[in-house]
Design a protein around this ligand. Sequence first.
Ligand SMILES: *Cc1c(COP(=O)(O)O)cnc(C)c1O
Length: 479
Amino acid sequence: MISSIEQAYNPDQFRKQAHAVSDILGAYLEKSLGDPDDPVFHSFEPDPLFEQWEQHYSDKDETLQAWVHKVIDSSIHLHNPHYMGHQVSPVLPMAALADFVGSMLNSGLGVYEMGSPTVAMERVVIKKMAAQFGFDDQADGILTSGGTLGNLTALLTARQIKAAYNVWEEGNVASQPPLGIMVSEEAHYSVSRAAKILGWGEEGLVKVPVDGRKRMDVSRLKECYEDARSRGIHVIALVGNAGSTATGSFDPLDALAEFAREKGLWFHVDAAHGGATIFSRRHRSLLKGIEAADSIIIDFHKMMFCPALVTALVYKNGRDAYQTFAQKAYYLWEKEEQEEWYNLGKRTFECTKTMITLKAYLVLKFYGPSFFEDVIDTLFEKAKEFASLISKRPSFELLLPPAANIVCFRHIPEEDKNLNTHNSRLREELISGGQYYIVQTQFGGRTYLRCTIMNPFTCKEHFGGILDALGELASGFAC
Ligand SMILES: *Cc1c(COP(=O)(O)O)cnc(C)c1O
């Protein structure tokens, strides 16, 4: 054996490296959670950063440990309680280990023989989630790589079942009315992207306005539906938000389900962010009606605290999933026409699917419903606390009381200013200081600062701190 190859696979060397890396990650975790001065974010200009890494690449003497330190030190730290940005979770450390195991074993999950134990675990995960959402044992589904792919997969299934012709084989044919779906104007962009990938264009994306709390306005459903019909669109599906990405608002799913049933539409619920609310006895009424959905997605890498990406797509009637891809691949599966639950690739986009199942299985088995109930209750409570703090400060304006763990607000300076540029600049300066990380969003042409409380270690002093910091920056602008 060539010595470089032998060395690369040396088990003793692997053990040493793995210990060293886990020690570094343990130290990262300790510092992120416990050191109030640890920067959450590093602001780099893209071009100099590229040059820096290009130079680094040529450093042949660097050790693995030094490289890992460098990656950690220059990355954003989601475990830092000052992180209140996008909806990505501070990973449960044990769930990261599931990825580690999966990366080493690297069994593909498309074909049963390749990943059999994991394929069985995947079915357990899906069945548990289905039962949690109130489905019976007809339910089934798959895990896939992200909510974006989950939404697209669900809409592909909806299309094949509701199109009234074999659209998979025939395509979008001119002799048939063009297809379309109804979505909230606050739907995640992956839903509109899916509609466009399916070839339905802007016309096929029937947007329903929202009410003052950014929930789909049910009183407008009928008019939007009829307007689409009058334009010759064959509406096949209705997509509900649970909750929405921008504000965490939950559409009234029971009313949506009723409308979908009346019109014979496929009812899909995008619960990528808020699906875990089902574990909370206090808050699960936000999901009332979800049990009537035809399909649901939930991102495990959001409020289920797994490393990205892993999304469950659950169908009320598990057999529907086999309609998604009516495609034949004889070299992979012997019995092409059969619904073999264990050959997952028949129902997934992925051909080689990584062992994403392990982390979803691990968090359900080792943490379980009561843990997720605690986390959801904690995060939702904290968001309310933050919102009430904002309401008490006259120089800040809260967009709306949070339904979940997303808080949108803006700073209103005393002097007359363009509020959009003022708030964008505030955010820019706040995050470039490295002490806090938040994002921003737009509603009706107005810029708001947006905080998602993802980290259960974020508390009142951080909320006070961020408002103080913003106030100070703003008074700096004034002079
Ligand atoms: C995050 C999110 C998505 C997209 O999921 P990815 O896993 O990022 O692809 C879709 N819908 C909603 C409501 C989301 O919050």
